[in-house]
Design a protein around this ligand. Structure first.
Ligand SMILES: Cc1cc2nc3c(=O)[nH]c(=O)nc-3n(C[C@H](O)[C@H](O)[C@H](O)COP(=O)(O)OP(=O)(O)OC[C@H]3O[C@@H](n4cnc5c(N)ncnc54)[C@H](O)[C@@H]3O)c2cc1C
Length: 332
């Protein structure tokens, strides 16, 4: 019993794939509310629409290796919400012809945008978007009172579960985490995403390219992704090393340098682009060597946390991490 209530009041912070996976498991066992600071769900699985283009500027694709994740995807593959992204993937070298690179397993995308998977997972859940949860204060007799960063009360909860990247979870739970909590030592790598749109159709034969020894590491041709109709458009990701080294630089200068590198790799005249924007992912991918081995759970305090930081920066692993934490909480 929770203060006379049969079901606990549960707050999940973050409507990325991990938070929504946890929430789906917990719904029915408690009164669950998800708080998300962005305008929509998806977290790093997001898409940006700028007519007539659409840019998947975070997660590029996902693979499915575990039976549970395949079971989640099966009906979505049948309905076309998830589709395989096929075509020629190449190595790009400045001033050289692209060389072919092989993918050894299916690579999937959600349609019409990457966030469609999270939108589906959010169906029937109580999700409040556009609300940034403030760092937790002291727990009172009626549980945790969550406040938004604007100072609004978001209600009282018996259990608070954070699925924000570990540096953001640290901010939220700082005063309530043990000094040796594993998540304190997790490190994230940054990633700059350059989005470029052209008026002409996409004519190259490749769908995506990898580059080495270059500020740019990955380029994806957006019109080649299933369920997307648009003129030529690219998402180019800077490498983790380059992004970390330049993370606090002037964004206009970063954009200029990444645009030049993208032009040199693809042979496209960037002056002909009619749209260009840059997104900085400060917490893009977990540095695998620093990843935690377990989620954070403190049942007596009513606090828990998980996310890709205690798994790997893969959609499948983040989904499994969210589910795993929810099942562990239910088992207790
Ligand atoms: C550029 C890039 C490329 C990637 N490419 C791939 C790929 O090709 N394949 C793949 O499998 N994975 C890829 N990943 C990794 C993958 O996107 C992540 O591992 C996964 O999305 C993590 O999910 P999550 O739910 O743990 O975290 P997130 O998606 O980050 O969700 C956490 C949520 O918490 C919210 N939040 C944080 N603080 C607060 C607060 N105080 N109040 C309210 N809400 C808050 C955030 O807004 C966010 O929506 C990529 C990531 C990036 C950035």
């Amino acid at each position: 019993m929770f203060g006379g209530r049969l079901k606990p009041r549960i707050a999940v912070i973050g409507a990325g794939i991990a938070g929504l996976a946890a929430c789906r498991e917990l719904a029915g066992h408690g009164r669950v509310t998800v708080f998300e600071k962005s305008r929509g769900v998806g977290g790093r699985m997001s898409s940006r629409r700028v007519e007539p283009w659409q840019f998947d500027h975070g997660t590029q694709f996902f693979t499915a290796r575990k039976p549970e994740f395949r079971a989640l995807l099966a009906p979505l593959l049948d309905s076309g919400l998830v589709r395989e992204w096929t075509g020629s993937v190449v190595y790009l070298e400045a001033a050289e012809r692209p060389r072919k690179r092989l993918w050894f397993e299916p690579h999937y995308v959600a349609c019409p945008g990457m966030n469609a998977l999270c939108k589906t997972l959010a169906t029937d859940l109580h999700v409040r978007t556009g609300i940034e949860v403030a760092p937790l204060g002291a727990r009172g007799p009626d549980g945790w009172e969550l406040l938004s960063s604007a100072g609004e009360s978001l209600g009282h909860f018996d259990l608070v579960l954070s699925t924000a990247p570990s540096p953001q979870t640290l901010l939220l739970l700082e005063n309530h985490l043990p000094i040796d909590a594993e998540l304190r030592s997790v490190r994230y790598r940054a990633c700059f995403a350059l989005m470029v749109g052209f008026a002409e159709p996409w004519r190259a034969t490749w769908i995506a390219g990898k580059a080495r020894d270059n500020p740019i590491e990955w380029i994806a041709a957006q019109p080649t992704r299933p369920g997307r109709e648009m003129p030529a458009a690219l998402v180019a990701h800077a490498s983790a090393d380059w992004s970390d080294a330049n993370v606090d630089r002037d964004l206009a200068q970063v954009q200029q340098e990444l645009s030049a590198a993208t032009g040199a790799l693809t042979g496209l005249d960037m002056n002909r682009s009619t749209h260009m924007a840059l997104h900085r992912w400060r917490y893009a991918l977990v540095d695998a060597e620093t990843a935690a081995t377990e989620p954070f759970i403190d049942m007596s305090a009513g606090l828990a946390a998980t996310g890709d930081w205690c798994a790997a920066s893969r959609i499948e692993d983040a989904w499994l991490a969210g589910r795993h934490l929810a099942k562990a909480l239910l088992a207790r």
